[in-house]
Design a protein around this ligand. Sequence first.
Ligand code: PEP
Ligand code: MG
Length: 746
Amino acid sequence: MIDGRESESRKLLRRLRDTMADDAAGQARLDKITHLTADSMKTEVCSIYLFRDEDTLELCATEGLNPEAVHETRMKMGEGLVGRVARTGKIINTADAPSARGFRYMPETGEEIYSSFLGVPIQRLGEKLGVLVVQSKEQREFTADELYALEVVAMVLAEMTELGAFVGDNAAMKARHTQAVMFKGGVGQEGSAMGHVWLHEPRVVVTNLVSDDPDVESQRLADAIDTLRVSVDQMLAGASGDKDQVEVLEAYRMFANSKGWRRRMEEDIARGLSAEAAVEKEQSQARARMSQVTDAYLRERLHDLDDLSNRLLRILTGQGGQAGIEMPSDPVLVARNIGPAELLEYGRSLKGVILEEGSVGSHAAIVARALAIPLVIHADRITNEALNGDQVLIDGDRGIVHLRPDESVVAAFRDKIAMQAKAQERYASIRDKNCVSLDGQRVELHMNAGLMADLPSLEGSGAEGVGLFRTELQFLLRNQMPKRTELASLYRRVLDASSGKRVVFRTLDIGSDKVLPYMKPHDEPNPALGWRAIRVALDRPGVMRMQLQALVRAAAGRPLTVMFPFIAQYEEYAHARNEMDKVLAREARLGHTLPESIEVGTMLETPSLAFAPDHFFTEVEFLSIGGNDLKQFFFAADRENERVRRRYDTLNNSFLTFLEGIVIRCRATGTKLSFCGEDAGRPIEALCLAAIGLEALSMRPASIGPVKSLIMRTNLGEVKQVIDQARLRGDQSVRAAVMAYLREQG
Ligand code: PEP
Ligand code: MG
């Protein structure tokens, strides 16, 4: 198998390794590499282009082109053949470059005399670093072997770049992982924090790239794959029934046994790479593919392959977990993604969380919210850039992350945090006061919760109770359906911790975005409008009955408040209420102590319920407007879809008029009404909701201070007048008018 070309490429690799060992400056190393490569590949030209900034490539070294052009010639991403290789991440191999699509002639380089062109991307784990090019006068296409050899050089270049082998005076030759980088992601949970990076998955650095003895490397790879296979089999044997987990492990096993994967790595080794370099080369190519795949399932499988490669690298390099590395005292967790249970395990010790993936509605986001730690999602490529211990600032309000920030940014951030701390002091000073507006209107402020971890906030925030306890979180965090005794004991602890304050337990709200891992998924064309929440509960009443029993037993002698989600018409409420009554009767028969009192209400999340008959309003003991869902159905705008979820203002006049209609109906029927969507926690929105007559708002605990502080400094009657005037004028939203009024009031 070893033909002349291959031994040539192995020779080249060895010479590259020696270059790396040389104690030379960055520029000298780059020059030497272009010289060696051109020599080995028998081409007149070899050039290295590196990224100067995100969008600009710079010629950093050349053999054959005009040396004066080095650090002078630049091109934008996508510009010319080199720019095209950079943009697409794909190789260009052409016998006649000047007539190739996109060719752009750079006169200062003197390249017009060269006809053939072969350009390969320099990239590491999916990150673009530059382009490596060879050119020659002879008009010919390069062979597959030559192409391969150049790819391997590009890979070694990428690794050496990572290791800082080319650091020099020039901007394109700056040491990696030392510069300040800003990431613009999405808001997962508001709040700001500063701290130091803690990588959820430690990164493996490959220092040994080139080997002398392919047989030894091949054996190392074989041993490592054996170890990996055994560990995957063990994980599979120990896996619980969790379908997703099993699916991932099955995929691991499939890759671990994949002949193609192994053969490609064997070939890399035969051509002179070390076992770990061969694994990383495969991994890099999989990552490059990942960025182009749009199919969600395929992407997941490529992620699995990526995870598996990481495991293999850890086995080969002995760089195991984070044992021996100390977690910083102010850790900010950085991960590609994380499961809710893992995040919960880190707990409140974290200052913040930054994810490359994730979504607002993900379970991890729900946990971050419960723990009240800022979360930024979609911070693209941060796991490539961040190193353990790097300083990091996280601005959860804007979804921005500053990694290794400059002093000036740190100073500005400190000021912001100090201002927030001052505001917190102000909130603490009014914590035990009732929320009463300047004109004497009383507004009850409650908090939303869903985990035991939330309960300490009840005391800390000054909330008057829990206006919404989302019971589905307990179900979502597990691999199997919780038992009645477990639930009863949890609900008991929640009631204990609330020391007599009212807790509104909402029965299981699953379906749509909340899918239980242990329930058969149903493919629905439109899950948000599908079989969810009370619809599931009424069709399969077993789980809801079990949950109601657990609640009744937990309350034993204490007051109990239960709320049904997603009721769209009276009959659904009547059926659910009937279930409750049956459970109470059964519990009494069994001799259990019943709750001291029972309040049963429903969420109002579908517009239809606002138009239910009067007897619905008189029969329910309370209603709580679920603004998140109600708004998505009112405007027909998916709350999970980034393109539309912020498109319509909550303070849109039509929506406020609709909400006010509900307030008026509830007043007429004497129905207790509250509002528990996310908007209740936004001060301006909360103010307007209170002004149109909502006397109870339930929000995340961190919002209670800001909302209370604003309402207490405002005359709600006047705000109502401002809203009415805006309505009369026909303003689309009342926001501008209300903001102008508040500014006027100082
Ligand atoms: C809502 O829809 O506003 C609500 C509070 O429920 P959830 O966000 O859990 O759907
Ligand atoms: Mg809802």
